[in-house]
Design a protein around this ligand. Structure first.
Ligand code: PLP
Length: 448
């Protein structure tokens, strides 16, 4: 079997597909039915057969500015030639400071400091560690409990799967962290099916945090982590008033509130962050994906001035204030990509573009009401979810068929369980939206 090959000459055969142990993929199914992309530009991928595939998911919710952006590739290529690597511990390089300042400027008032990571998962674990260390620095070392939410997805690190609420992420690996509890998720089909934007019902679900405080005592709780909009478990949109209540209860009990904005951050809802959309300011924000438009891996944790100052003020002179970091934290090439991406967002007004197209998007998603198999439709910003009735005893099988059929018809969608999630790049045109919905309607009619 070939040990190396030119990507352009690569022809998938059972032999040369074998070595790659693919993530979150049915390896056996994929290797029998390979789907390979070789190029991408704008709203489209090109697959290995030369066919155009409409990207209705911005890759994995990350290619917000669309594919093949020359500004990014030029910045990356320049940076790698000038300074390919610089150690982030006890050393620095200009782009790291510039990017941190620019991200902090985009973040809600009071969130002024940025710690860089390489992924959403690392951002989550970093945020949880900062929360624990902050409480300790404040002299509240008994606050070690972390609270997540059912149907939360916070990546795949041991911290993330512990606070996450996705059964398959937990049952295989256990939950490495003890001292975890979960709020109930916010989805209730009876009360909120087919709602547009935020459902009116469900703010009271945040009161469960008071129950957990009564059970464990506030003095044992460090932080609560939630996604403002739960993305990967099927687009669960927070009820009106819910996040406000969580904020109120956290503040009342001295508990830090972490928003996991790996999906919502950088314009997905038409605002800089989900925090801005909902008008609720957390103490920490995790981000990744849209920070570099998916072009180079990078994530970050944005923390409040109060948290940062606490570390600075409680450490001995010249001591390392936070005993944490990655070899590739603030990697120069990732920083260059991030700076180029933030320029694109600003110069092209892409977050406003999301706002402008949201009503059209909402109508398009909800036009699927009554289509075969559909039992709920929901949307917020440039996110849409189409929930299908599951086949008896075979959860996820119908949506997987929809995924494969959509790909055959030239469109990339994302499925989780029996929910189809759509999250196109912000450069999406109305004609692409029409095309996406029309392909989807055909797909749903054609599958059992
Ligand atoms: N947190 C949220 C809310 C996510 O949606 C994701 C990925 O989808 C992650 C964390 C994990 O990010 P990554 O896959 O970059 O580790």
């Amino acid at each position: 079997s070939p040990k190396s090959f030119e990507a352009t000459q690569f022809k998938p055969t059972p032999n040369n597909l074998e070595a790659f142990f693919m993530p979150f993929t049915s390896n056996r199914h994929f290797k029998a039915n390979p789907r390979l992309f070789v190029k991408a530009e704008g709203m489209h991928f090109t697959n290995i057969d030369g066919k155009q595939v409409l990207d209705a998911t911005a890759g994995l919710w990350c290619v917000n500015a669309g594919h093949g952006r020359r500004e990014i590739s030029e910045a990356v290529s320049h940076q790698i030639q000038e300074l390919d690597y610089s150690p982030p511990f006890q050393m620095g390089h200009p782009a790291a400071f510039e990017l941190a300042s620019r991200v902090a400027a985009l973040a809600p008032t009071g969130l002024d400091h940025v710690f860089f990571t390489n992924s959403g998962s690392e951002s989550v674990d970093t945020a949880l560690k900062i929360a624990l260390a902050y409480q300790r620095a404040k002299g509240q070392g008994t606050r070690t409990r972390l609270i997540g939410r059912e149907r939360g997805y916070h990546g795949v690190g041991f911290g993330g799967i512990s606070v996450g609420g996705m059964v398959n992420n937990r049952k295989w690996f256990g939950t490495a962290l003890g001292g975890i509890d979960h709020l109930p998720h916010t989805y209730n089909a009876k009360e909120m099916a087919y709602s547009k934007g935020q459902p009116a019902w469900g703010a009271h679900l945040a009161d469960d945090l008071e129950r957990l405080v009564a059970l464990h005592d506030a003095s044992s709780i460090a932080a609560v982590i939630v996604e403002p909009v739960a993305g990967s478990t099927g687009v669960l949109i927070p009820p009106k008033g819910y996040l406000e209540k969580l904020r109120e209860i956290c503040t009342k009990h001295g508990i830090l509130l972490i928003f996991d904005e790996v999906i919502c951050g950088f314009g997905r809802l038409g605002t800089n962050f989900g925090a801005d959309y909902f008008g609720v300011t957390p103490d920490l924000i995790t981000c990744a994906k849209g920070l570099t438009n998916g072009a180079i891996p990078m994530g970050g944790v944005i923390v409040s001035k109060q948290i940062y100052d606490t570390f600075m003020e409680t450490s001995a002179e010249n001591a390392i204030e936070l005993f944490h970091g990655y070899t590739y934290s603030a990697h120069p090439v990732a920083c260059a990509a991030g700076l180029a991406v933030l320029d694109i967002y600003k110069n092209e007004g892409l977050f406003d573009r999301v706002k402008e197209i949201t009503p059209y998007w909402e109508n398009a998603i909800h036009s699927l009401k009554g289509t075969r198999h559909v039992i709920d439709l929901r949307n917020i910003g440039l996110i849409g979810a189409i929930e299908l009735e599951s086949r008896p005893g075979k959860p996820g099988a119908r949506a997987m068929d929809a995924f494969l059929k959509a790909y055959e018809k030239g469109m990339l969608i994302r499925v989780t369980g029996d929910i189809i999630a759509m999250s196109p790049p912000f450069i999406v045109e109305k004609s692409h939206v029409d095309q996406a919905v029309s392909i989807l309607a055909d797909v749903l009619k054609s599958i059992d």
